[in-house]
Design a protein around this ligand. Structure first.
Ligand code: AOF
Ligand code: ZN
Length: 369
């Protein structure tokens, strides 16, 4: 008979703690943990970065004493049970004398998947799982980690913002504001989560984006991948683009084709900027093939990528079925100009396990393709 009645608020709080590692734990998951004694939270911890202490070890370390009898450890992900970069958390829990553990989600990493729970139970620890709805939320938090650890395939997400009538730009070739402030702030948060971001050459030429995550307390630059088959973005006919000249230029990677590598002037310019060029395979249309983009991520050991278009790149990735996850921001504005640019048919996409959020006047739907 179970003597443990877990507290849902405390379970939820482990998710809040996990999110403190938003974007900093790759390729590891975000995990939060707390220790409760007699209804009081006496220590908290979270996983900050791969190679660093896991959430359970951080919480036990923050307690700085032996947990009292009856202490309950709440953790957002199943405790690991084998040695990776760090020793197993199951050992840390047992060594601390914890006899009750509440777990929100099972670790999909096959080294652990359920083994952590079994091991603890076999050692006489009472283990309780969160209710399914909370378990799903805990698991969903680590959607990038989950796919990468299960399949070895980096998670490629495509973000697009469209007007109410399906346009991605008010005037083709020029930057335009499709969504409002809240949606743009939300994009910054996703840019902070993904280890890499990517855009096509047309977007770099038209918008001159910086592709950084600008948050209230931090500016962060993911690995910036520019997909540019001919190295047109390095043309001297316009001002050098920000991604090549700002203080994060060494975090920009140009992905091009054999044809692009023959543009020797552009190759020399990239070298001057300190920007690395990767040569990938081309499709029948002569452009970098979507599978070459995925291969580049695998080669660089990047577990996820947030692709912000433009529409040519989005179309080719969608038709090659190289998109795993979509973020569709839908504005309530209508772009009626004859120069407006149609995007891919986002409204028609079937999104699995869809999450919908209202952001000011705009709507975001995101989920698996
Ligand atoms: C936990 N708590 O806070 C995290 C876990 O190489 P390591 O030692 O960091 O182990 C990485 C694996 O551990 C990772 O693939 C995932 O299965 C698990 N992450 N587990 O109990 C944590 N970050
Ligand atoms: Zn662990």
């Amino acid at each position: 008979m179970s003597t443990l009645e877990p507290n849902v608020d405390l379970m939820e709080h482990t998710l809040v703690l996990a999110e403190k590692g938003w974007g900093t734990t790759h390729p590891n998951p975000m995990v939060g943990c707390l220790i409760e004694e007699d209804g009081q939270v006496v220590a908290e911890g979270y996983h900050q970065q791969a190679g660093g202490p896991h959430a359970e070890v951080a919480a036990l370390g923050n307690l700085d004493r032996t947990p009292r009898e009856g202490a309950v450890l709440y953790v957002s992900l199943e405790p690991c049970s084998s040695t990776g970069r760090t020793p197993p958390c199951t050992s840390a829990i047992l060594d601390a004398g914890i006899k009750k553990v509440v777990v929100c989600a099972i670790d999909p990493d096959s080294r652990h998947a359920g083994h952590g729970l079994d091991l603890l139970r076999n050692q006489g620890v009472e283990v309780v799982l969160a209710p399914p709805e909370l378990g799903e939320r805990a698991a969903r938090l680590n959607f990038i980690f989950n796919q990468y650890v299960i399949t070895g395939r980096p998670l490629i997400a495509l973000k697009m913002a469209t007007s109410a009538n399906g346009m991605v730009a008010e005037r083709a070739g020029y930057p335009s504001r499709v969504t409002g402030e809240a949606a743009r702030a939300d994009v910054m948060r996703w840019r902070r989560l993904f280890p890499s971001i990517c855009v096509g050459s047309g977007t770099v030429i038209a918008d001159d984006p910086s592709l950084t995550a600008r948050l209230p307390d931090e500016e962060w630059c993911p690995v910036r991948i520019v997909v540019d088959s001919t190295l047109a973005t390095l043309s001297p006919t316009f001002a050098p683009r920000k991604v090549y000249t700002d203080e994060h230029a060494t975090r920009t990677i140009l992905l091009t084709t054999t044809n692009g590598m023959e543009n020797l002037e552009a190759v020399a310019r990239a070298k001057d900027y300190g920007v690395r060029i990767i040569e990938g395979g081309a499709g029948p249309d002569g452009r970098v093939s979507p599978s070459a983009i995925r291969q580049a991520l695998v080669d660089m050991e990047l577990c996820g990528m947030y692709c912000e278009g433009g529409s040519a790149l989005a179309r080719s990735m969608l038709s090659a079925e190289e998109v795993d996850y979509v973020f569709h921001y839908q504005s309530s504005k209508t772009f009626n100009s004859p120069e407006a640019l149609y995007g891919p048919d986002f409204a028609g996409l079937k999104i699995g396990h869809e999450i919908e959020t209202k952001l000011g006047e705009d709507h975001l739907r995101h989920g698996y393709l």
